[in-house]
Design a protein around this ligand. Structure first.
Ligand SMILES: NC(=O)c1ccc[n+]([C@@H]2O[C@H](COP(=O)([O-])OP(=O)(O)OC[C@H]3O[C@@H](n4cnc5c(N)ncnc54)[C@H](O)[C@@H]3O)[C@@H](O)[C@H]2O)c1
Length: 279
């Protein structure tokens, strides 16, 4: 890591109130600077948690007008780098004394044919998407010792269940995240730690907004995408955050080793040629 210094509170003036579903919980969210991770951060903070954002990049200030009764801070983190993960864990231990919830969300997506994909491309995707959650679990699980109802939630993908073309490393890494989730649930269950994954479908974030933006008829592309989903819309980062919150909650105390798909029903719909469709 560079010599970047951790920020003070990301949300100046906000303070933990002690109310809300996650009141008093210490929550770590990797990749929490933007997108799905940021929505997870904001939801936990709104529910009274103290949230530590582990991200390569500074999340910047929280938007004005957010009614967030929580406390967020950024600690620089590269999930691929064991030294960085160890320093992050030390910082969280020193600042908060432990961790109740770890959300492994940081991820990247490589779009290349296997002919074009280099070993370096493949290794980078695997390092962020799969080595990252492994290293975070390895070094943050000790901080869950003695906590009430500790939980890990990994962000997988529907591409761990099916695959889009040119996504060999991404799909393989996300299937790996789902496998790691089950393995951690089995290994850590006796220590009282649950581990589940969320497999989001198409969520409106920077990660995939580029696909839509490059389309000559953006409106049509958005409508076509919505029509793929039985619920008639693509997902919002808040949809994922709500599921993560539930999986981390003691209400889900008998749920572990699961991959919960949050995709508006897209994976449930069997494809049919347009010529035979009644839609
Ligand atoms: N957006 C979708 O439709 C979608 C669908 C399924 C799964 N996902 C998964 O959800 C997660 C978040 O996706 P998103 O759309 O919000 O992505 P995003 O690109 O908007 O945000 C990813 C965040 O991860 C951080 N990050 C990247 N590499 C890192 C590293 N080495 N160490 C620490 N932080 C790092 C980035 O700085 C960024 O803040 C990813 O795991 C992604 O694979 C997204």
């Amino acid at each position: 890591m560079s010599g970047e210094q951790p920020s003070e509170e990301v949300a100046p003036g906000s303070a933990t109130t002690g109310s809300g579903r996650a009141a008093g919980r210490i929550v770590v969210v990797t990749g929490g600077a933007r997108g799905i991770g940021r929505a997870i951060v904001d939801r936990f903070a709104a529910e009274g948690a103290t949230v530590v954002i582990g991200d390569l990049t500074d999340p910047g200030p929280v938007g004005a007008g957010l009614d967030v009764a929580g406390h967020r801070e950024w600690v620089p983190l590269d999930v691929t780098d064991e030294i960085s993960v160890l320093e992050f864990a030390q910082s969280v231990a020193a600042g908060h004394g432990g961790v109740d919830v770890l959300v492994n969300n940081a991820g990247i997506m490589d779009t290349r044919s296997i002919a074009d994909e280099t070993v370096a491309d493949w290794d980078l995707t695997m390092a962020v998407n799969l080595r990252g959650p492994f290293l975070m679990a390895k070094h943050l699980v000790p901080l869950m010792d003695g906590r009430d109802d500790p939980a890990i939630v990994n962000i997988g993908s529907i591409e761990g269940l099916g695959a889009n073309t040119l996504h060999s490393s991404y799909a393989a890494s996300k299937a790996g995240v789902h496998g790691l989730t089950r393995a951690l649930a089995v290994e850590l269950g006796p220590a009282g730690i649950r581990c589940n994954a969320v497999a989001p479908g198409w969520i409106d974030t920077e990660l995939n907004r580029g696909y839509v933006d490059k389309h000559p008829n953006r409106e049509q592309a958005v409508a076509d995408l919505a029509a793929l989903h039985p619920v008639g819309r693509i997902g919002d980062a808040a949809d994922v955050a709500a599921t993560v919150l539930w999986l981390a909650d003691p209400d889900a105390g008998f749920v572990t080793g699961q991959v919960v798909t949050v995709d508006g029903g897209r994976m449930s719909r069997l494809s049919i040629p347009a010529s035979l469709s009644d839609d």
